[in-house]
Design a protein around this ligand. Structure first.
Ligand SMILES: Cc1cc2nc3c(=O)[nH]c(=O)nc-3n(C[C@H](O)[C@H](O)[C@H](O)COP(=O)(O)OP(=O)(O)OC[C@H]3O[C@@H](n4cnc5c(N)ncnc54)[C@H](O)[C@@H]3O)c2cc1C
Length: 438
């Protein structure tokens, strides 16, 4: 779905160009020249799409889900690089003397810019592939990713502006102006408005609650301006937001799922102390400001169509499920909720008391599974298998109408997906979220 949507956007400028009467003039210039124009145009629109996709457009993330959006962004990055090399090959094939354009000391500005854009794209691809091997921290990777992406866009714009005969053509000029406008509007919204202008992003810390040794819950409420009312915000259970501790475009931002009910007065994030940022969060003083960019994502059960829900959570991956069951309790949802919680040790099982309470008010069953059971543990142990799923679904009426949600470490998501496949759950009823899309 998202792929088709993006394919249409990437292909539209090239198709529009082909359909325009002015394009006929270009056809007289030979096959390679035509192909160089088309590959260039396709590369440019793929680059623009790749840049716009991860720009936190909430409606886009809600429609397609953040995982699909990021996957598509990566895919378009590869496609853009391949198209740029195809464009280069066509330019040289159209006239072998064009190879001289690669000599940066003598090449005109438009060709220097084209080389700059190509180098920036190759650097982006190399960084993406080598991040884990090179053990680059997320922050260093993100800063260099943004720097190279900006360089690729700026160099591409300089290259296009330097192609005299193209920008003077009305069709091309209109297409380029529309692309530039799209990029400026989306970046303005993402970097300027959401950082400095949008009051709905401002929150204050009302509480920081320890859940266990390694997990805390950050409780936020919207910031009030003077005596006026606090800004309101709405989200669907299961969605996430990016949290920042400073109002600056340079501030570190990290994504966390909203764990509270969609109808709560406060907004809560349950956070595992994974590194420096998450450890800072647990020490935040009450009343300190926090900026929340969200809600994002399509990992939500906010639909009346499903007959019930099976939710498989690993570790802190229980946060979206908590939002779903808390919201269901608020709404008096009578549908069956079957929650499978996988943890290493008993002390890693979060929200046990609250879940026991919720079970008294709604059709909720919780199946706890320990990877490393302690002596005396009589519950389930080991991997998620077909046997466990049949226990979870036993007694459920019309399980074919259920929606399945999986959130946790990659290995758990993979295991759960293969079990659901074995028991015949159709892929369109399965929703996954992994806490790492870097
Ligand atoms: C959609 C989504 C929802 C999430 N929800 C929760 C949640 O509810 N509770 C929770 O405890 N954790 C959640 N996470 C994970 C959380 O974002 C990371 O644990 C956190 O960013 C780690 O930051 P750090 O500096 O403390 O640790 P680091 O040691 O810097 O990072 C640990 C790992 O987290 C990943 N990471 C770091 N920063 C980011 C970032 N800005 N964006 C994406 N990944 C990053 C990297 O792969 C890194 O290797 C979620 C992640 C995603 C993508």
């Amino acid at each position: 779905m998202a792929e088709r949507f993006c394919g249409a956007i990437v292909g539209a400028p090239a198709l529009a160009y082909l359909a325009m009467p002015t394009a006929a003039r270009m056809w007289q210039d030979g096959l390679w020249h035509r192909l160089s124009v088309l590959t260039g145009l396709l590369a440019l629109s793929a680059l623009v799409c790749a840049a716009v996709l991860p720009s936190r457009l909430r409606s886009l993330n809600r429609a397609f889900g953040i995982e699909s959006v990021i996957e598509l962004h990566r895919y378009l990055g590869v496609v853009t690089t391949a198209l740029v090399f195809a464009h280069l090959a066509c330019v040289v094939a159209a006239d072998p003397r064009n190879i001289a354009l690669l000599d940066l000391t003598r090449a005109p500005l438009r060709a220097q810019a084209a080389t700059g854009a190509t180098v920036a794209l190759v650097a982006l691809a190399a960084l993406a592939l080598l991040r884990r091997q090179a053990r680059l921290s997320y922050e260093v990777w993100r800063a260099s990713h943004i720097a190279f992406a900006t360089a690729a866009l700026v160099f591409a714009a300089v290259h296009v502006l330097g192609l005299g005969q193209l920008v003077t053509d009305t069709v091309f000029a209109t297409l380029f102006a529309l692309m530039a406008l799209l990029v400026l509007m989306v970046f303005g919204y993402r970097w300027a408005w959401r950082t400095w202008g949008d009051p709905s992003t401002e929150f204050v810390v009302r509480d920081v609650r320890r859940e266990n040794k390694t997990v805390s819950t950050l409780v936020l409420e919207p910031r009030r301006r003077g005596t006026g009312p606090a800004t309101s915000w709405a989200f669907s259970p299961g969605q996430f937001a990016w949290i920042r501790l400073e109002r600056s475009v340079l501030a570190e931002e990290h994504p966390f799922t909203i764990a509270s009910s969609a109808h709560d007065g406060t907004t809560q994030f349950t956070i595992r102390h994974a590194g420096d940022f998450t450890s800072t969060i647990r020490r935040l003083p009450l009343g300190s400001p926090v900026w929340v960019d969200g809600p994002h994502g399509a990992f939500t059960n906010d639909s009346d169509e499903a007959g019930g829900f099976v939710m498989i959570a690993g570790g802190v991956g229980i946060t979206p499920m908590m939002s779903m069951v808390r919201t269901a309790a608020h709404r008096g949802d009578r549908r069956p909720y079957r929650l499978v919680v996988v943890a290493s040790k008993p002390e890693d099982l979060l929200f046990r008391a609250e879940l026991a309470q919720l079970r008294q008010h709604m059709d909720l069953e919780v199946t706890e599974v320990l990877r490393r059971p302690t002596r005396g543990w009589s519950g389930h142990t080991g991997e998620i298998g077909v046997e466990l799923m049949s226990v979870v679904l036993s007694g459920a009426e019309s399980p074919e109408t259920f929606e399945f949600f999986i959130c946790g470490p990659p290995a758990l998501v993979t295991d759960a997906l293969s079990v659901l496949d074995l028991i015949g759950v159709a892929p369109q009823h399965i929703h996954t979220e992994q806490f790492d899309f870097a």
